[in-house]
Design a protein around this ligand. Structure first.
Ligand code: SAH
Ligand code: MG
Length: 210
């Protein structure tokens, strides 16, 4: 797998999309998406307003592939009112809940990615139970609680095609930098013997399914 391919330019600046992804991480994901497109579509867990989908989707479009963008759009624990990463502008008063789906749709429309990125609105574990297609790239960036992160790993790692990439965000080797579950599942993937590390950019880890 080559992670040094040229990237198509983003159709809109990533800073215009609310989100939690660093540009260097976005570019690494885009390279992985292009390199693995021949093996199957890409899928991400945790789309929020579409920043990572902008990077991965633009790469998929150039490679003639698609991205399934999975999110229930009600926010993770840390996005809820009173928590550190709450954004009050994403609150749906009638629902009494977060709603990031309209923001994602806006991102996809502005970036002309509506034919490439397929939003799947629901809980990732529920979708995984009905999923059958091998995937070129799986990006785990959903709930950071122990139960959710481990469930995402168990449910989705097995859908990565041979030669495909499992990408995990918010992997912090030093507990002082952030929560443990993404780091734990990264460790499980390496310990399984099924994945080898192919790249590390900030808190992103790229693991190839061997
Ligand atoms: N990748 C995004 C950030 C994702 S934030 C970016 O680039 O900015 C994490 C997202 O995961 C939130 O939008 C939350 O709604 C979603 N999420 C958390 N747990 C989930 C679950 N079990 N199923 C589906 N989505 C989930
Ligand atoms: Mg993240």
């Amino acid at each position: 797998m080559s992670l040094s391919v040229d990237l198509p330019p983003l159709p809109i600046p990533a800073e215009r999309v609310k989100g939690f992804l660093d540009p260097a991480e976005g570019e690494a994901l885009a390279r992985a998406a292009i390199a693995t497109a021949p093996l199957g579509p890409a899928l991400e867990i945790g789309t929020y307003c579409g920043r990572s989908a902008l990077y991965i989707g633009t790469a998929c479009k150039a490679a003639g592939s698609v991205l399934f963008a999975v999110d229930h759009h009600r926010g993770s624990e840390e996005n809820q009112p009173g928590w550190e990463w709450h954004d009050a502008s994403l609150w749906d008063a009638e629902a009494g809940a977060m709603d990031t789906l309209p923001h994602l749709r806006r991102t996809l429309r502005l970036a002309r990615l509506e034919e490439t990125v397929i939003p799947v609105v629901g809980r990732s574990a529920t979708l995984a139970r009905h999923w059958g297609r091998p995937l070129g790239l799986v990006f785990i960036d959903g709930g950071h609680g122990r139960e959710e992160a481990h469930t995402d790993y168990r449910a989705w790692a097995r859908h990565v095609a041979e030669g495909g990439v499992l990408a995990i965000h918010d992997v912090f080797p030093d507990p002082a930098d952030g929560g443990r579950p993404p780091y734990e599942i990264y460790g499980l993937a390496l310990a399984s013997g099924l994945f080898v590390e192919r790249g590390a950019v900030k808190s992103l880890r790229l693991l190839e399914r061997i």
